[in-house]
Design a protein around this ligand. Structure first.
Ligand SMILES: C[S@@+](CC[C@H](N)C(=O)[O-])C[C@H]1O[C@@H](n2cnc3c(N)ncnc32)[C@H](O)[C@@H]1O
Length: 230
């Protein structure tokens, strides 16, 4: 059985609209490098994890990272899903899979959040990760200009967190709440975190900050959420 150090996926962004992995992507990867060992995935037994979903996958960096771990560890055998609103992202993940010699292993869904997900995936995921667009959009973009494809990488809504709240509202339907589960998502100190955390609590989640990093003018924060009744 392969043990840490865990893999570094080989990633390129082949399309100008697809988000190039950045500090937020690596905050997630580096956290999991510390928290996955030969028996546990951040405290959950590896063999209990049947389905993982990476929403807003971009180049596919997080999904490919999990797929590579899976190849090296027979105790860890979840199906890996990845989704994005941009078709170019879906094409880019396939190219990056090839670079990592894992052709067509990840199940890809081109979808605005969960809107195009099949019914059969409801109540099925143990782990969902979302590094969302999390910056407040300019009201100019909303009112006068058409949103461009690259804006999907950063524009989280007028307050910066509206898309995350939409995601968390639907994510509950797709999590397997009867089993151990977790959502990992990035937030930024450039949004009103007090307001955001109240909304998260109202949606019925318990939220724990598991890592953060200060970059130039903001803190980027990695949150771990679970159903507050779970
Ligand atoms: C900050 S990037 C993160 C990309 C990648 N997960 C990473 O960590 O490098 C945000 C991603 O969310 C996608 N996205 C934006 N709005 C979305 C939506 N409504 N549904 C699904 N994906 C969305 C963007 O296309 C982009 O790929």
């Amino acid at each position: 059985m392969i043990i840490p150090p865990l893999p570094d996926p080989i990633i390129q962004s082949d399309y100008e609209n697809v988000y190039n992995p950045s500090d937020d992507s690596y905050l997630i990867i580096d956290y999991f490098k510390r928290k996955i060992n030969r028996n546990y995935f951040d405290g959950i037994k590896l063999n209990k994890i049947k389905k993982i979903l990476d929403v807003g996958t971009g180049t596919g960096i997080v999904a490919i990272f999990f797929q590579l771990i899976k190849m090296g560890n027979p105790n860890f055998n979840p199906e890996i899903y990845a989704s994005d609103i941009l078709e170019d992202s879906i094409k880019c993940v396939r190219l990056n899979e090839k670079r990592n010699k894992i052709n067509n292993q990840i199940k890809l869904i081109n979808s605005d959040l969960f809107k195009s997900f099949p019914e059969k995936l409801k109540h099925s995921f143990n782990i969902i990760i979302f590094n969302p667009p999390y910056l407040p959009s300019s009201s100019l973009i909303k009112e006068y200009l058409n949103k461009k494809k690259i804006d999907f990488s950063w524009d989280g809504g007028l307050k910066g967190y509206e898309l995350l709240i939409d995601f968390l509202t639907s994510a509950k339907i797709f999590l397997n709440l009867k089993k151990e589960h977790a959502i990992y998502c990035i937030t930024s100190s450039r949004t009103n975190l007090i307001e955001l955390n109240k909304l998260i609590t109202n949606l019925g989640y318990k939220n724990r900050i598991v890592d953060k990093k200060h970059i130039f003018f903001e803190d980027i924060i990695l949150n771990r959420l679970k159903n507050s009744l779970g």
